[in-house]
Design a protein around this ligand. Structure first.
Ligand code: SF4
Length: 257
């Protein structure tokens, strides 16, 4: 079963990688909005979760976030992170940059030790306001599953205006103010075998990650149901050996199984 998150605030939830996380979903509750359509997406395929509902307004996000932070303060339940994630790509929200500024102000007031984290597919970092907003957050976690164009077409399935080369150049501008996250998985999609743990994918990807020089690299694998039912997890050994290769290149890296 795929999942849909409440909007605009969900949780707090416990995250494998982030700890106690208060979620902000800038997409509608009733569907999914993303300019990728990953075959492993826990929210399902775009075509199955179309929505005509509009995104939550900046005002609504601010008010509901503050309300939840007040409740958590009263309960003495501090979040480790306030995470932008949810039913699609958060940077597609037209007021993403203003919402980041509001969130920083509220975080500073209620829980100054909490980190602000954005999970993004990096498709909108060519937009100056998005780029600048992401530079303000504590954990700017950007997806780069591979640098193989055919794999991207098969697995991430971007909308038509996506440029891998441009994305990589912008990622290099972030450098150590970004964290790269990469999903490793195996299986079949439309009769084609998929395995980005293979050397053919890993070695060119490491070369690009080294050129980006991020703060660190998070490698992970499938954790929940995926819309394509023929996918399987990468093994802990495979993820560990990718982490070892990254570390040999002088990069900080960690795996979630
Ligand atoms: S980028 Fe994220 S939200 Fe978008 S389809 Fe892929 S996994 Fe789902």
């Amino acid at each position: 079963m795929t999942i849909r998150f409440d909007s605009p605030i969900f949780g707090p939830v416990h995250s494998r990688r982030l700890g106690t996380s208060l979620g902000i979903n800038l997409l509608p509750h009733s569907g999914k909005v993303c300019n990728f359509d990953c075959i492993y997406c826990e929210c399902g395929y775009n075509k199955d979760y179309k929505t005509t509902e509009s995104v939550p307004s900046r005002k609504e996000v601010k008010e509901k976030l503050e309300k939840q932070l007040v409740t958590m303060k009263e309960q003495n339940n501090a979040p480790d992170v306030i995470t932008f994630a949810g039913n699609g790509e958060p940077t597609l929200h037209p007021q993403f940059d203003d919402i980041i500024d509001d969130t920083i102000r509220l975080r500073d007031y209620y829980f100054p030790n909490a980190k602000i984290c954005v999970l993004s597919n990096a498709t909108r970092i060519n937009k100056p306001s998005v780029f600048q907003a992401l530079q303000k957050v504590d954990q700017n976690i950007l997806k780069l599953d591979t640098v193989d164009w055919d794999f991207i077409q098969l697995v991430n399935r971007p909308s038509s205006n996506y440029s891998l080369d441009e994305t990589i150049e912008k990622l290099k501008l972030f450098g150590d103010s970004c964290i790269i996250q990469t999903m490793f998985l195996k299986g079949f999609y439309e009769g084609k075998y998929i395995d980005n743990t293979a050397e053919k994918y890993v070695l060119p990807w490491i070369k690009v990650v080294k050129a980006i020089n991020p703060e660190r690299v998070m490698v992970y694998t499938i954790d929940r149901d995926t819309p394509d039912k023929d996918l399987v997890k990468a093994s802990p050994e495979e993820l560990d050996s990718i982490v070892d290769l990254l570390k040999k290149e002088g990069l900080q890296a960690e795996a979630s199984y």
